[in-house]
Design a protein around this ligand. Structure first.
Ligand SMILES: *Cc1c(COP(=O)(O)O)cnc(C)c1O
Length: 475
């Protein structure tokens, strides 16, 4: 390492290093099924392993890499594991991992056209694929890749506010359901709205926004001289996969002249399947739509996406140059993505989406998404046949919620909550499956999100058997 003061390895060292990294990644993809998906460690244990002062002196590079593969990487949940059912899994794919490696290796600056015309062009091209999939206008429409769904929602709400409220948003009111993702509330807070400017609309028994309550809330706000300006609908809630009545909300937005944002971070990808696109009818009417490729479009972290009906809305919101100057420059088609969102320096996210689509083909993505929707339905059927399980919310967009509740048992609601909580805790502590609870209508339930195309019905049946065995032990 003669060139350490230039932060360089020799060519041979770089190769050795690289081959070892690739070997580790390939080994991980190849053997993850045989590993346990859950990592459990306390702060003390992690401190004991890792806590050091910043090292003044160098360490042999092989030693550092070995330490990381031995100690660091195994201490994370494996979100692409077939038995990782909880939160939203991250199935990922190897092609995109290599694409990210290239993007990072070449350190492509994906902010402006001039710095990387190809990166900007690939973002335009892949964005057009997505606009077309969601039936957004492809000539006028636009969008931007973000770090994730949270940033896409934030970007959308900044845009909505800029377009609809201008500088004074003191009376602006925003509507979303009690099942909407917490990132929306976070974004609203970041934007500086007061609590009094947010209306949490209750959901119906299917966990969809109750339209009458929405209408009433808007009417009441108008009477009080407030300024309703935006509805956030969920296209696939994280909890149950429920889709708000998008077409009805679109109508309300049209008559009331409100911005229609759809948070499709969880469920948007289901547009790739027949069943999904039926459920998502009306999604094409949104002014802005969040999707999250690092969830159900199989991209590794981080990759979110915001689509808008009119790309000008983004440049009008985020451009620091006046629009009239841009027109004089005559380069509006050569997009500077730093003018379309919050970040200036941006990594080259489009590359992984592009390379994985090109390598596997859209048809493979369609099959994978359809498979997961069908798998959840098969799981529901299996649960309904069993005397031990009760389905609490039916399979919707590959999510299903259920609880242990043997027919004829005399447990109180409180006892059922405790039993199901204990099932989850025991299986997670065993590290055999990542299966945690959520709360629906005051009941503690187990939630499975089945978007990993490598999860099989046997995996699920196996996990349910383990859960039943745990239940028998504790009751
Ligand atoms: C996951 C999720 C988000 C947040 O996305 P991140 O990528 O985690 O930032 C927002 N909305 C919904 C519905 C989600 O499921």
């Amino acid at each position: 390492m003669d060139n350490a003061h230039k932060l360089q390895l020799s060519k041979e060292e770089m190769k050795q290093y690289g081959y070892q990294v690739i070997d580790a990644i390939v080994e991980h993809f190849d053997t993850e099924r045989n590993k346990k998906p859950v990592a459990l460690a306390t702060r003390e244990e992690m401190d004991l392993l890792f806590k050091t002062e910043a090292p003044d002196e160098p360490t042999n590079y092989k030693e550092v890499l070995q330490f990381v593969t031995d100690k660091v990487l195994p201490n994370s949940n494996i979100v692409s594991h077939p038995k990782s059912y909880s939160f939203v899994p991250g199935p990922s794919n190897y092609v995109s991992v290599m694409a990210d490696t290239l993007a990072t290796g070449f350190n492509v600056f994906s902010g402006g056209w001039a710095a990387s015309p190809a990166a900007a062009e690939l973002e335009i091209v892949t964005m057009n694929w997505l606009l077309k999939l969601f039936k957004f206008p492809t000539t006028k429409g636009g969008g931007i890749f973000t770090s994730g769904g949270s940033m896409a929602n934030l970007t959308a709400l900044v845009t909505a506010r800029r377009q609809r409220c201008g500088d004074d948003f003191s009376k602006a009111i925003i509507y979303l359901s009690d099942q909407a993702h917490s990132s929306n509330i976070k974004a609203i807070r970041v934007l500086g709205f007061k609590k009094e400017q947010v209306r949490i609309i209750p959901t119906d028994i299917e966990f969809k926004m109750a339209i009458n309550k929405l209408k009433n809330a808007i009417a009441k706000d108008r009477l009080e001289g407030l300024q309703p300006f935006c509805i956030i609908a969920s296209a696939g809630t994280t909890n149950t996969g429920s889709v708000d009545p998008l077409s009805q909300i679109a109508k309300i937005c049209k008559t009331e002249k409100l911005w229609f944002h759809i948070d499709g971070a969880y469920g948007g990808a289901a547009i790739l399947s027949k069943k999904g696109s039926k459920l998502l009818k009306g999604i094409e009417k949104a002014d802005s739509l969040t999707i999250d490729p690092h969830k159900w479009l199989y991209q590794p972290y981080e990759m979110g996406c915001l689509l808008v009906r009119n790309h000008k809305w983004l440049s009008e919101t985020f451009s620091e140059k006046p629009e009239y100057l841009r027109d004089i420059e005559g380069n509006t088609s050569e997009i500077n993505f730093y003018d379309h969102g919050i970040q200036l320096t941006r990594r080259f996210r489009a590359l992984k989406f592009y390379m994985s689509m090109k390598t596997f083909g859209l048809s493979a993505f369609k099959k994978a998404v359809s498979y997961s929707i069908d798998l959840a339905e098969e799981v529901e059927e299996h649960l309904r046949k069993s005397p031990n399980w009760e389905v609490i919310s039916p399979a919707t967009l590959a999510v299903i919620n259920f609880r242990y509740h043997p027919i004829g048992s005399a447990y109180s609601e409180k006892e059922l909550d405790a039993i199901n909580q204990k099932i989850s805790k025991t299986i997670v502590d065993s590290r055999e499956a990542l299966l945690v609870t959520t709360v629906l209508q005051n009941q503690v339930v187990l939630r499975m999100c089945l978007i990993n195309p490598r999860t099989t019905i046997e995996d699920v049946k196996d996990t349910l058997k383990t859960c039943e065995a745990i239940a028998k032990e504790i009751v």
